[in-house]
Design a protein around this ligand. Structure first.
Ligand SMILES: [Zn+2]
Ligand SMILES: [Zn+2]
Length: 230
């Protein structure tokens, strides 16, 4: 499995291209913005883009979907149904986040409506990219339709904005809910073994074990400071 990271958007979002080395089949996890880098990486190595796999519908994760789908029109575009409103409402997302419209052009946030999804994720499905097999797990809390992609044989999980090194996703945006996110992390991520590599939507890679033992939101430290225990 090749995992190539591209840090894009003013939010320093991790766009990743994941490739099955045996077959050359690839998926792009969360294309954050239109980027020639992504297209060149795939074309120069003759990788076949099978799908644009979206963890959730926030602008810094789907902003590059249109450009990539235009470059690779046969690629599937897949998102959970509970984030469709966010996705199709992409042009309005910056305004809802409080970014003044006069700044949109300078920030590269003048979005067109993204392409039609080819289908929705189903919780528990197995999604193949060549010989890679991703188990799709619904992980709501950061958004309603957030999913994570688990590759058990390669001990890897792509978590979008659910979990970060030392932190968790924000829950103050529409569709966010703190208790729901913690429950998702407990049931869908901490149920994985400690040696799984965690590929987050922002920041460095980490592991399930490192977060289980040191992440203040998961060890209880953060809860204790609020006078509560997990
Ligand atoms: Zn997000
Ligand atoms: Zn994000």
């Amino acid at each position: 499995m090749i995992v190539e990271r591209f840090v894009l958007t003013p939010f320093q979002q991790n766009t990743r291209i994941v490739v099955c080395e045996a077959t050359g089949e690839a998926a792009c996890v969360d294309p954050g913005e239109a980027s020639e880098e992504l297209v060149d990486f795939l074309r120069e190595r003759d990788f076949k883009l099978k799908a644009i796999t979206l963890t959730h519908g926030h602008l810094d994760h789907v902003g590059g979907t249109l450009a990539l789908a235009q470059a690779f029109p046969n690629a599937e575009v897949i998102l959970h149904k509970d984030d469709e409103n966010l996705y199709y409402g992409l042009p309005e997302q910056p305004l809802r986040m409080g970014i003044p419209s006069v700044h949109l052009a300078a920030m590269g946030m003048e979005y067109e409506t993204p392409p039609r999804l080819t289908r929705n994720w189903v919780d528990g499905e197995n999604f193949a990219v060549g010989e890679l097999k991703f188990e799709i797990r619904h992980c709501p809390g950061h958004t309603r339709g957030h999913i994570v992609m688990v590759e058990h044989a390669r001990r890897a999980v792509f978590v979008g904005d659910c979990l970060f090194a030392g932190s968790i996703g924000r829950t103050d945006l529409p569709g966010g809910d703190y208790e729901t996110l913690l429950e998702s992390i407990r049931s869908q991520l901490l149920s994985l073994d400690d040696d799984y590599t965690v590929y987050s939507g922002h920041g460095p890679e980490t592991t399930i074990g490192h977060e289980r033992h040191t992440n203040p939101f998961l060890t209880g430290v953060y809860q204790m400071t609020r006078g509560r225990f997990i």
